[in-house]
Design a protein around this ligand. Sequence first.
Ligand SMILES: Nc1ncnc2c1ncn2[C@@H]1O[C@H](COP(=O)(O)OP(=O)(O)OP(=O)(O)O)[C@@H](O)[C@H]1O
Ligand SMILES: [Mg+2]
Length: 647
Amino acid sequence: MAKSKQKNARAHAAGAPPEPPLPPEFKTLAVDDEPAPPKRRATAESMATRQRDISVSEFFTKNRHLLGFDNPAKALLTTVKEAVDNSLDACEEAGILPELYVEIRETSAAQLAQVKPGAGKGGKGGKASEAEAAVGPGPASRFRVIVEDNGPGIVKAQIPKIFAKLLYGSKFHRLKQSRGQQGIGISAAGLYGQLTTGKPVLITSKTGKGRPAFQIQLRIDTKHNQPDVVGDTTVEWPKEHGTRVEIELVAAYRGGRTGVQEYLEQTVVANPHLALTYVNPKGERAEFPRVTSELPREAQEIKPHPHGVELGMLHTMLSDSEGKTVKQVLVDDFSRISPAVAAEVCRIAKMNVSTPAEKVVGDDLERLHKALGLVKVMAPSATAVVPIGESLLIAGLKRRYQKAEFYISMTRPPSVYRGNPFVVEAGLAFGGDLPVDEPADIMRFANRVPLQYQPKACAISESVYLTNWRGYEVQQPKGGLPVAPMAIAVHLASVWVPFTSEAKEAVAHYDELLREMKLAVQECGRKLAAHIRARAHLERDAKRRSMFEKYIPEVAQSISDILGVPKDKAEQSFYAALPNFVRFTDEGPANGGNGGGGAPPGAAAAKTPAAKTLAAKPAPDPTPPPPIKGKPKARAGKRGEQLSLTE
Ligand SMILES: Nc1ncnc2c1ncn2[C@@H]1O[C@H](COP(=O)(O)OP(=O)(O)OP(=O)(O)O)[C@@H](O)[C@H]1O
Ligand SMILES: [Mg+2]
C-alpha cells in the first residue's frame, strides 16, 4: 500500500490526476500485493503412481481421427479403403490378377438418433453411450462391410495379429512401392467396428486348393494391443484361395466426392487390371470388368539411399548391425554404396573403415551422416517404382468416362526426393458428356490409391491450381480450378509416399514432387490445347465446306443450262476443285500422340459422299511449358535428377 501511495504522489507531481483506489474485489489482483504461495496439488510421488504405459490401441481409440475415423461417413470409406487396398496389394505381390467383391449391407434399418455432441447426458449413468461417443455427431446407422479377394490368403497363425493388433504388418520395414505402408490400416478398422458395435471382426481365408478355409472371429484387447480369438472354425469355401473380411460398424453411407462409390470408381481408373463387383446398401450391383489382363510390373524392394537417410535412422542401422564394421554396414545396408564409395565416406568423415559400427555415436555419427550427404553416388534404382503407364491410364479413364471426346496421358521420367525414387503421371479426359460449366473433376492418386479428403492440403491439387489453364484454351477463375468438361488424374508412384498424416489423405509439398506434378499436368494441358485448336479449325472448315456444298448443285444446274453440259459433270468438276478452297485430310484432329481420342463432333458432320473425312491439320503447339519460377534445372548426378526406367 505504501508503494501505491508513492506512485500516486509521483503521478500527481507530474500533473496527472491521482489513480482512484482499487475496489475491494480487485484487491487480490493488485500487482504490488505479495502473491500467496501456490498450494501443492501433486507431488512427484503421487504423479509417479499415475505414470504408466499407453498401448497403441488405447492411443488410437482416443485419437481415431488421426487414422481417418473422425466422422461416420469417413469411417465407412476408410474401412472399405483399408480392406480393398490390402487385397490389391496382396494380389499384386502374389502375381494374381485381382478379382474383388465389395458389399456394404445395412444391418439395422433403424437409424441411430441424430447424435449431437453431449447427447445422452442425463441418461443412464449420465453419460453418452459408448457408440455415440465413438461415432461423433451426425446421422449414423449400422453397416456390415464385406471385402473378398482372390489373393494368396493368409496363414492361419497370422490372422489374429494382422486383424487385431495395431502396428503389425509386412510393409513397414521395407522400401517398396505398395498401397499400405504403416501396418495399422485394417486392424484400426476392426478396432473402430468393435468400439461402435461391440461385434468382432470375421475373417475367412484359404491359402490354396485342397487346403482348409479358416473362419476366425477376433476382438482387440485394447489394454494390451493383443488379439483375442473369440471363434475359430473350418468352413467349406468354393474359392481356391483368397481372404474375406467382414467388419460391422456404426457409420453413414454418403454419395458424392468423398463417398465409397466414388472411391471405387476412381480405384478402377488407377487399376485397369482390377475386376470389381460392388453391391451398395440398396442392394444395387455394379460390375467393373477389367480392361487389361496385364499385371503391373513387380516393384523392386530397395535399400535406403545414402542421400535420403536421416540421422536417427542411421544411428539405428549402425547400432543394429551386430558386430559389423562401419564399412560393412554402408556397403550391405545402403543402396548404391560400393566398397570404394564406403571408403570415401569414411575418409570424408575422418573415420577408420574398420571402426565397429555400434561404436559410432555423438560427433562421429554426425560426421558420418554429413559425409553420406556429400559423397557422389548414383541415384536410386528406378525399377523400384511402377507407374500405371500412359496407355493403361487412358484405358482406366475410358472405363470411367466412356463418352469423353478426347483422352490424353503422360508419364514423367523417374525422379528422386529425399533419396526416394518416384514417378508422376497425369491423364485427362475431355469433352463428350462431361459437364461444361463446372470445375474440372480432379482425381488424386498415391500408389494407385484415390485420395478423397484434404484436397487443399495436397501437393497434387496444388499442381492443378498452379497450372495456367487459360494458356491451354480452358477457362480458369483466378486461383481456382479450370472450368471445362474435363477430368484430370494425377498419380504419384513412390517407394514411400510422404503423406501429411497417418490417415493418408494428402501428399506433402516437397519441391521435387510438386515440380514433376506440374510438368506432367502442363504436358497434358499442351496436348489438350492442340486438340481444342484443331477442333476449332475443323469446325470452321466444316462450316465453309457446307456452304460450298449448298450452292454447288444450283450453280452446276445454271452452268448446265447455259453451256449445255450435263449437270452431273459440272457438279463433279466443282467437287474436284473443292480442296482448293477447303482443307481435306484423312486424319482426325491432334490426339496428343497416344490419346486415342475420338474425332470431335465436327469430323462426323463433315463426312460427305464426295469427299474424304474433313479435318484440319493439327495446330502447332504455340504454348511452350511455362517456366517454373525459382527452380534451378536438375543436373545429372544430383538429388532430384531423372533416371532411366531400364536401369
Ligand atoms: N487381404 C489380405 N491378403 C493377404 N494379406 C493381407 C491381407 N490384408 C492384410 N494382409 C497382411 O496384413 C498386413 C497388415 O495389414 P494392414 O492393413 O494393417 O497394414 P499395411 O497394409 O501393412 O499398412 P497400412 O496401415 O498402411 O495399410 C499387411 O502388411 C499384409 O501383410
Ligand atoms: Mg493396409
